[in-house]
Each structure stands twice: as C-alpha cells, then as structure tokens.
Design a protein around this ligand. Structure first.
Ligand SMILES: Cc1ncc(COP(=O)(O)O)c(C=O)c1O
Length: 390
C-alpha cells in the first residue's frame, strides 16, 4: 500500500532547523522557528510553570479520562483571560484543544458542519499552517490584502475595501495580535472599523490569538477580540498557551465560540465535543492543569504576568537594537513599529540563500525573522551579514 505514496518535500521551517543543526559554524544564527528565546538562546520552562508543576505533582490524584471538552476549570480561566468582563456571558463557551493548531482545526470543522464548503478569508500573507489546518476541514480560501511589502506596513484601506465586499455567511480569519508572519497589527481604531464592517456585512470573524501578551500587554492584546465580542452576534477565537505560557510541546490551547444566544452556543459546544471525539477524543491534560494553577492563584498569576512582560520587553528592545544596527544601510524603522516575534526583512529569496550559505544566518525564504533569536552576542554579526547581502 505505502508504495503508492509520493514522497513530500521537507517542511520549509523544520527543514531549516535541521540545516541549522548540521551547520558547524560556531557563530550560526537561527531566526527561523517561531519560539521565544532568551539572551542565552534558550527556550526555558517559565518559573511559574515550574512552581505549578511541583504543585501538580503533589495534588494530582488521577490520570483517568477527562471529557472531550478537556479541563473545564482551565476553559473558564482561559475564557476570562481572553474575553475579560465578557467571559461570563452565557453565549460564550470554551473547549480545551491540543494547542492553537487543534483549536483552528476543530473550529474549521465546526464551520464546515454549519456551512459545508464555506468561504474563509485569510490575510495576504498569513501563517503558512493556516492553509492545511483550515483547508483540510473542507473550507474554501479567499484572500484579503493585508501587508504592503513596498511600504512595509499594513495596507488597511485595501483590507477594508476588500472586507466590505464579504457577504454574510462567510468567515474572516483575523490575527488577534502580533501578526504572523509580518508583525503589522491593527490599531484600536482599525479594529473598530472592522467591527462595524462585520456588523454591517454579517460575516463571522474567526480570531487566531496565539501571542496574547507579546504585543502591548495581556489586556491590550485582547482589545480586538473583546471589541468584536461586544459588538457582534457570533465569533470564534482560537487561542494558544504555547508562547505566553511557554508550553509549546504540551499542546495547550482552546477554541471559544460565541453564538447569537445561549442555546445556539450550547449546540455549537456540543458539536465541538463531537468533532474532538472524532479526531483525537480529548486533549492532553498536563499543560492545561498548569495554566489553571497559574491563573487561579493570584500571586502566581502576577508573577506569570511579569514573566510575559519580560519576554515582551526583550522583544521590543531587540526590535530597537536591530533597527539601530541597520540604520546606516536603509530605513529599518518599520521593525520597531511592528509587534510580536516576527518581521519581514524585505530581502529577496537569493539574499536569504546567501545569508544562509555564506553567513550561517537562517531565516525562512520570505525573509521572515524571529526577532527573539537575536541577542547581544549575535547582533553585530547579523547586521554585518545583512549589510553584506544588501
Ligand atoms: C499564527 C499562529 N497561530 C496559531 C499557532 C498555534 O500554535 P500551537 O498549536 O503551537 O499552540 C501559531 C504557532 O506558531 C501561530 O504562529
């Protein structure tokens, strides 16, 4: 049977990691995979997660199955983190999922059950993995303009004009904050314009919130979600604890659904559990238990918020440092205006290859860089290599 299968090309980002691992240059720089890194280049377990793990070890009494919706206390705590005051609205329900990817996939399956073959509008560009995650559920893709590579900024007019044509019943995928891959986010005023448009047109937003706390703050980064939730009858939010709790491999995330009324939201929640049952049955428990412990303990929660602030501040500082280091070879100030871990440097594919082959600097072909991969030891080399290929 398996000889019928065709070999697939290596995943571009994972292939990049493998090439980086093989590179023997001691000064190699990895700006590829999207994980947070410290000044020392590590991705450590957060201190608050270590405390929560120690507590869990003492208090956990069973490894028996949980329900398809996962840990309901985690679901409530995460719902409050995302929706703020609106979290207690009975129109909102949250299902624990295997990471943000799991949330995107079960969300897409729910849309497809409600409207088989529905259109989903994604930003141009969007995170590459959105396409298989949403497309494999049967949704049809349409694109709305988003990033203007020439101006190196969001082209909000083009986005707005396109979304103004989206009909009721279509779904629009929005990045809640820290757009991956371009780092260009909507301002609060632009979120207000999108909310009015969604109300006027009747399309349903599906918000991907994978970096809450990495942009301007834990509360600030939820502005768009909360505004849309306060304005619209329906929406969906796929959230991830991979970055802000550092739980990448623990596969911890959630899908929240807000329906027009308590009954329809309850029906959607039941459908979601049935979808989960048919794909992976139930989500893994460990990461969600840790998030629950951190969010329910006011002191731990404060410490966690400080840890997130430290990661955010470091990324912002690195943006300043990189723009300053490149100032004599062009205007790279756009890097400081963007949010989260990613920016496009605006290099050609050939320049990206040259950076890799001649300078051991690794980034994806689009010249998207993970800002957190920069540190004071590699910044000068990085800036020198970029100048050399420009
Ligand atoms: C835009 C975006 N959405 C969702 C995710 C999902 O992350 P995870 O499944 O690791 O929680 C990521 C992770 O890189 C992402 O960048």
């Amino acid at each position: 049977m398996f000889e019928q299968l065709k070999a697939l090309p290596t995943d571009p980002i994972l292939g990049l990691s493998a090439a980086f691992a093989r590179d023997e240059n001691p000064d190699k720089i990895d700006l590829g995979v999207g994980v947070y890194k410290t000044e020392a280049g590590d991705t450590p377990v957060l201190d608050t997660i270590k405390v929560a793990e120690a507590r869990l070890l003492q208090t956990e009494t069973s490894k028996s199955y949980q329900g398809m919706a996962g840990n309901m206390a985690f679901n409530q705590a995460l719902q409050a983190l995302i929706f703020g005051d609106l979290a207690t609205d009975s129109r909102v329900n949250t299902l624990q999922t295997p990471g943000g990817c799991g949330a995107l996939r079960v969300g897409a399956e729910l849309i497809n059950r409600a409207r088989p073959g529905a259109n989903i509008w994604v930003s141009s560009p969007t995170w590459a993995n959105h396409i298989p995650l949403l497309g494999s559920a049967g949704l049809k893709f349409k694109e709305y303009p988003y990033y203007d590579a020439g101006r190196r900024a969001l082209d909000f007019d083009a986005m707005y004009n396109c979304l103004a044509q989206v009909p009721a019943g279509d779904v629009v995928l929005l990045h809640g904050c820290c757009h991956n891959p371009c780092g260009a986010d909507l301002s609060n005023e632009q979120w207000q314009a999108v909310a009015s448009l969604a109300e006027q047109q009747g399309f349903t937003p599906f918000i991907d919130l994978a970096y809450q706390g990495f942009g301007d703050g834990i509360e600030q980064d939820a502005y768009g979600v909360r505004l849309l939730a306060a304005t619209l009858p329906e929406l969906m939010v796929a959230s991830s604890c991979s970055k802000n709790f550092g739980l990448y491999r623990e596969r911890t995330g959630a899908l929240s659904v807000m329906g027009t009324n308590t009954a329809s939201s309850g029906v959607a929640f039941g459908q979601l559990q049935n979808i989960a049952r048919g794909i992976y049955s139930m989500p893994p428990a460990h990461g969600a238990s840790l998030v629950q412990i951190v969010l329910e303990d006011s002191q731990l929660r404060r410490q966690w918020s400080d840890e997130v602030a430290a990661m955010r501040t470091r990324i912002k500082q690195l943006r300043q440092d990189l723009a300053a280091a490149l100032a004599d070879c062009g205007d790279f100030d756009f890097i400081t205006r963007q949010r989260g871990m990613f920016s496009f440097l605006g290099l050609s594919e050939a320049q990206v290859v040259k950076l890799r082959e001649e300078h051991s600097v690794y980034m994806v072909g689009s010249s998207r860089i993970n800002i957190a991969g920069i540190n004071s030891a590699n910044l000068a080399n990085l800036a020198g290599a970029i100048k050399a290929v420009l």
